[in-house]
Design a protein around this ligand. Sequence first.
Ligand code: NAD
Length: 421
Amino acid sequence: MPEKITMGSNRKLQVPNHPTIPFIEGDGIGPDIWQAAVRVLDAAIEKSYQGKKKIEWIKVLAGQEAFDKTGEWMPEATMYAFKEYIISIKGPLTTPVGGGIRSLNVALRQDLDLYVCLRPIKYFEGVPSPMWHPENVSMTIFRENTEDIYAGIEFMTGTEEAKKLLNFLVNELGIKAFRFPETTSLGVKPVSKEGSERLIRSAIEYAIEHHLPSVTIVHKGNIMKFTEGAFKNWGYELAEREFGDKVYTWNQWERTKKSNGEAVANEEIKVASIGHRIIIKDAIADNFLQQALLAPQDYSVIATLNLNGDYISDALAAQVGGIGIAPGANINYLTGHAVFEATHGTAPRFANTDSMNPCSILLSGVMMLEYMGWRDAAELITHAIGKTIRSKKVTIDFHNLMEHATLLKTSEFGDEIIRNL
Ligand code: NAD
């Protein structure tokens, strides 16, 4: 009998052996990649638990398919299912063109308050990469998902709103920094203490649970002191206040050094060995992107605001050759709500060609299994994907970049992973 996943009062998910999980196939290449991925997920669960555990999938509609069948891009029934069943998974969705329609992904994030965008960056041996040593890149990005300039508070120059706001800033607050006030558009960047703390708390808890060495707060606080800079400061304060001797912060390191009359070099804490404690440090975003190329082995868990996180997620995914296979999830660790998703789009030109790489949605499924605590099945799939790629049996995107590789269709690639489970 299928049952619902629920959130326990101890903030731990209660996952029954036969949970119901809604899925959105997605538009464009969505059906092709989902069909391949779901067969692998089911096969790995069967192999790991011999029928004791099994997911009951229920299809829900969103995007183009929903619009064609119901006249709505995001039917109420779909939102209800995502709320009710706590965990869900989705393929890519066509972004509706035209005014007044929220991006479906943004709607989901806002309505379920999914404040963490989680992006693990992991290298699979054999994947074509622009790095000499892509195996040194192993990071997990916690991108804040509800604030920052993504709040969408923007005013076009020439509008009454823009004039009013500009007037207020100039006349009430005495701001003189507007170089061309007549043609200036304005945007607002909200960053709150609560929003920053819940994101950074999740990142530190993740590092502790997964025995990872460090959390780096990436920010642009040298320029934006009260948003990005405050994010960093709130992060350090929270780490010391809530995690005590489980962490060791750059702030503590600096204080100790200074009280001993010693000079402090910014690099030191990167290599400091502090027993079992997790090191909490920070990096300015531009420097971080440089260091991620030059010394990726120094970074593990990354906590960052929305816009930085957007750039960093794609840049790091590209470093491991994974832009087409990178998985992702949007999570609220307090309510448990989580939507696992392919990070690429619908690639409409390739719809129904059975040719695209299903790894992004499949690895999102792996993240989902880990989140549910079904680690054996998750590990089985990760190993099988690794083995399949190492054997150079791949879909067209990798085939184009690999020598002596065998070209497989999406469905055949799924079959090959199942054989390798
Ligand atoms: P896209 O990611 O769909 O495609 C860009 C290119 O990436 C493709 O032409 C293809 O060469 C490659 N690619 C994408 N997925 C691949 C896969 N699984 N295997 C191999 N190669 C792959 O980006 P786009 O063309 O800018 O967007 C198309 C549509 O998707 C738009 O409607 C856009 O709004 C939407 N979109 C949705 C999401 C989402 O739902 N999360 C994300 C991005 C874009």
